[in-house]
Design a binder for this molecule. Structure first.
Ligand code: NAP
Length: 284
């Protein structure tokens, strides 16, 4: 019988911790502020932004939303970011991705001050993650590390396999596991013998974006399986792991929904609090 990680409960504990930290800063006259920029009408992005706003409200973080029309020019967007970079009351800035095609995503991300880059997508923060000296980590991998810790899962010396090498999930996930002394393999669409590699994993992280991609014959008996996938099949949210078939073979598994998903927003809130502390030279 496997243990099912309750992402909702762990994220609630993180949020409670953040709420306390935000209140402590507020008491000494340091309000915490997050600016969220959304360009265009992508329905999924709108839902994510609404959820982020709600989380801010719940935790006492002041949120400012910049909902811009799809035809916003690069200059207009850069000018808004420049203004937000300069405002001391804004500690974190995030630009909801994807952006409309005519906007240069790389340029936009690079224009956010690294100390306000609470998504940790700026090359400065990416480099700091690489050398293991970082303030922020992209929220999804950060949330997974938080989950592993909360569940008492020791990464050291374990064989860790990450399927997916995106800049926001797969690559930073691999680095974080490596920093915790895991022996890490990052797989992708060109990987050969994927099944065999996955079968050797003590900890398997699936971040592929394909429903039911990880089947029971790809996992080792007793492994820890973390499912990052968020796929819609007939309107139903499901992960990258064939949950029903895999769950009884492994020792620990995250469900979708209710696993990694709730952790992502909680870690964004955590990053925003960290940013506020750093910008105001507050330790802890
Ligand atoms: P992505 O940028 O599309 O990356 C997908 C990765 O999977 C790529 O590296 C790709 O390899 C690899 N891949 C695709 N087909 C493969 C195959 N047949 N065998 C092995 N690898 C394969 O996606 P992402 O942004 O990392 O997101 C991954 C999933 O996580 C999505 O379902 C997304 O919705 C979800 N997600 C969830 C959260 C959350 O909060 N729970 C947050 C972010 C993302 P190549 O590089 O070779 O193309």
């Amino acid at each position: 019988m496997s243990r099912i990680i309750d992402g909702k409960a762990i994220s609630a504990a993180v949020k409670e911790r953040v709420k306390k930290g935000v209140a402590e800063l507020d008491e000494i006259g340091v309000p915490v502020g997050l600016a969220v920029i959304i360009v265009g009408d992508d329905p999924a992005s709108k839902v994510y932004v609404a959820n982020k706003k709600k989380a801010c409200e719940d935790l006492g973080i002041i949120s400012e939303e910049y909902a811009l029309p799809a035809e916003t020019t690069q200059e207009e967007l850069l000018s808004i970011i420049e203004t937000l970079n300069k405002r001391p009351s804004i500690n974190g800035i995030l630009c909801q991705l994807p952006l409309p095609k005519h906007l240069d995503e790389k340029l936009i991300i690079n224009s956010i001050l690294p100390e306000k880059d609470v998504d940790a997508f700026h090359p400065h923060n990416v480099g700091r993650i690489m050398i293991g000296d970082y303030d922020f980590v992209p929220c999804t991998p950060a949330g997974i590390m938080e989950m592993l810790e909360a569940e008492g899962i020791d990464v050291s010396g374990k064989s860790c396999v990450v399927i997916g090498r995106s800049n926001i999930v797969g690559k930073p996930m691999g680095m974080l596991l490596l920093h915790k002394n895991g022996t890490v393999t990052i797989c992708h669409s060109k990987t050969q013998n994927l099944k065999e590699i996955c079968r050797g994993a003590d900890i398997l992280v699936a971040a592929v974006g394909r429903a039911g991609f990880v089947t029971a014959d790809m996992v080792k008996e007793g492994a820890v399986v973390i499912d990052v996938g968020m796929n819609r099949v007939d309107g139903k949210l499901c992960g990258d792991v064939d949950y029903e078939a895999v769950k009884d073979k492994v020792s620990v598994i995250t469900p979708v929904p209710g696993g990694v998903g709730p952790m992502t927003i909680a870690m964004l809130m955590q990053n925003t609090l960290t940013a506020a502390k750093k910008q105001n030279n507050i330790k802890g």
